[in-house]
Design a protein around this ligand. Structure first.
Ligand code: ARG
Length: 395
């Protein structure tokens, strides 16, 4: 007997077929693990399916709060949008799932862990890098990367072997959690083709309300703590905002994304809460941080997103960037007012006890605390070198 393997099990086709593959090809006893990061699957059903296919034991771990507080919240402080667009839902969840996989493997005394990632995506990197860092003794098996079956052969295999496959399955490849719903594949592989309405589940695309909807978010230490004056736990706040913003047609991303393995891929996301919170957070930062902090932080934020997208959650640099970010975020307290209307969203107000906006300096009305007579000399020196250099260039 080869011992035990713990498989990250979603209940989908790939990981269902993997249970049999791990048993038959490797002779493993298969323990399955489903980590709830807000994917809204029926966990009981997932467990029953795993056992029906032949899992020795199944674990369901509710990691929603941990996901929100320890993964999503740091990404908010870092204004994390990969290539300026993607709020990193999948990328943030993978290292957490990998961590749980390692914990269960250690508890079970398993010699290997397995996941259902293909060899073409980012997720394999995120899993493998994290697992190797946390426990280098564990063997990693990625059946889908090894077996060379396409979706159709997998389906045939499942039918032949009596593996139950869910009927309501969409034709798109979906990965969803609290922070984003990613929609790939099928006709979306043509980047010019507009995603059809049925691709979307979180964002309403038709019959939008005729009235605008306003939401006020309160931030403390750079993270949202209340919605319209009501303090909410992170998971609840995100869920509630997902439904408000989604109902108003806001939260779709459609772009061409550069994967770590070199492939360009057309990606469509629904992320109503994520995009709202990130926009509000960035706006509030502008009220309280200096222009020097903001300028430098843009570089830090960009690097943070890049590391996390590319599977390096456990990299010391990411943690060191967090330390830098956390220092400035102590002052990112205040309220941001958002207005949703017919699929659009914009910030319409912001205020903060830490604000360094000074109306008496900025005002065009009446007497100002800003001494305009100082401007002339300042500009003389500000342009000094440019003026001298320009004369040389022009000859
Ligand atoms: N492109 C996104 C990312 O790399 C989403 C991937 C979705 N993953 C999936 N297994 N369908 O994070």
């Amino acid at each position: 007997m080869a011992g035990k393997v713990v498989l990250a099990y979603s209940g989908g086709l790939d990981t269902s077929v993997s249970i049999l593959w791990l048993k038959e090809k490797y002779g493993y006893d298969v323990v399955t693990l489903t980590v709830d990061v807000g994917q809204k699957e029926d966990l009981k059903e997932v467990e029953e399916r795993a056992k029906a296919i032949g899992a020795l034991r199944h674990y369901s771990i509710d990691a929603k709060s941990e996901f929100a507080s320890d993964y999503i919240f740091p990404s908010i402080k870092a204004n994390a949008l990969y290539e300026g667009k993607y709020p990193l839902g999948t990328a943030l969840a993978r290292p957490l799932i990998a961590k749980k996989l390692v914990e269960v493997a250690e508890e079970e005394g398993a010699e290997a862990v397995a996941h259902g990632c293909t060899g073409k995506g980012n997720d394999q990197v995120r899993f493998d890098v994290t697992i190797r860092a946390l426990n280098p003794r564990l063997k990693i098996i990625a059946p889908v990367r090894e077996w060379g079956m396409d979706r159709e052969s997998e389906r045939r295999f499942a039918v032949e072997r009596g593996i139950p496959i869910s009927q309501k399955k969409s034709r798109f490849s979906i990965d969803q959690n609290l922070w984003s719903r990613s929609i790939e594949g099928s006709e979306l592989e043509d980047p010019f083709f507009e995603p059809p309405q049925e691709a979307f589940e979180w964002v309403k695309v038709e019959d939008l309300p005729d009235e605008a909807t306003y939401v006020t978010l309160r931030f403390e230490g750079g993270v949202p703590i209340a919605l319209d004056g009501e303090e909410l736990a992170p998971v609840e706040l995100i869920e509630r905002l997902n439904s408000i913003a989604g109902a108003n047609g806001f939260g779709i991303v459609d772009h061409v994304e550069d994967r770590l393995v070199g492939i360009k891929s057309r990606e469509v996301y629904e992320a109503p809460a994520a995009l709202s919170i990130l926009e509000a957070h960035k706006d509030l930062e502008k009220l309280v941080l200096t222009k020097h902090e903001l300028e430098f932080k843009r570089l830090v934020d960009e690097k943070w997103s890049w590391l996390v997208y590319n599977g390096l959650w456990i990299e010391p640099l990411r943690m060191e960037l967090d330390s830098f970010i956390n220092e400035g975020q102590k002052r990112v307290n205040g309220e941001v007012r958002l207005k949703y209307y017919k699929g659009g969203m914009r910030v319409v107000g912001r205020r903060s006890s830490e604000s360094i906006y000074d109306r008496s300096l900025a005002t065009y009305e009446g007497a100002s605390a800003f001494d305009q007579s100082l401007a002339k000399g300042f500009i003389e020196l500000w342009g000094l070198q440019s003026r001298l250099g320009f004369r040389r260039v022009e000859g």
